[in-house]
Design a protein around this ligand. Sequence first.
Ligand code: F6P
Length: 324
Amino acid sequence: MDNWVKRIGVLTSGGDAPGMNAAIRAVVLTAQHLGIDCIGIRRGYNGLIGGDMVPLGAGDVSGIERWGGTILFTARSSDFTTEAGLRRAAENCRFRGLDGLVIIGGDGSIKGALDLSKLGIPVIGIPGTIDNDIGCTTYTIGFDTACNTAIDAVDKLEDTMQSHERCSVVEVMGHRAGHLALNVGISAGATVTIIPEMEIDFKKDVSDRIRLARLDGHTHFTVVVAEGAASAETVAEKIRKSTGIETRVTTLGHIQRGGSPLVRDRVTASRMGYKAVSLLAAGVFNRVICMNGEKCVDYDIEEALGMTKGLDEDACNMQDALMS
Ligand code: F6P
């Protein structure tokens, strides 16, 4: 097959996520395998606007699948949200002879990819965010590793809460979604999990549950709060006032974004990177690579951005039953 694609670019954008490097590696190696040059665009869309680009070959990506972060750096580009910035980015793609772009990032980054596609740049989006909050895909790169990092921290907090008979209030990331909090709450055996998707009656859903758990013989408690749902400080203060139990707040913050990616993230990222370049090479573009359960699929980018997903209802009901 005479490949119409001679050179592609790859960039990471928005918040970093463990597994982004594995995706970059897969893009570079698949491109090389298909005889396509690969250019790394550094610092997200800022690098596209400013022409901050480096050629990438197999040697540049050797061993990076086990590294957290992104070797290409990342940014949330305010310039790219302007008409002038967007046009400059598209002009730079043409000037550098990029026949296609692979964009790895969250929903904002994929929206940016759609904007570029409207200016005639062939794009493929790969969902990478620890929040797992992109509607078109059941899984986003980084989610599993972030969950495990948070669970490890909550497990450690349990030890000291047990010794002091306290209540640990742990704030986890997730942006406006509760996927991370729900999974951490289930896995860490939280007494209560507070997520933005479910309204709570503080007395019934938090204070009374903690009181009941105490009556059941529990001497220490864990409350997981999604950052998009409530302030952990406020929750802790209300628990202290309503139950008399001593509370401690831990905001896990950016620790959840770091660390060596776990197998699910390495494999998913590799599958997505491979598929992205395979599609471009076949002349298929303006798609988002998604997981539909265990299947790696692709959707039209505009259609993909219109898709929504809620939390898994069964998981929510189970969490409700298991909180103690
Ligand atoms: O989208 C990933 C995420 O880590 C969110 O969970 C969090 O709200 C946000 O990014 C933090 O962004 P920043 O790194 O810009 O502080």
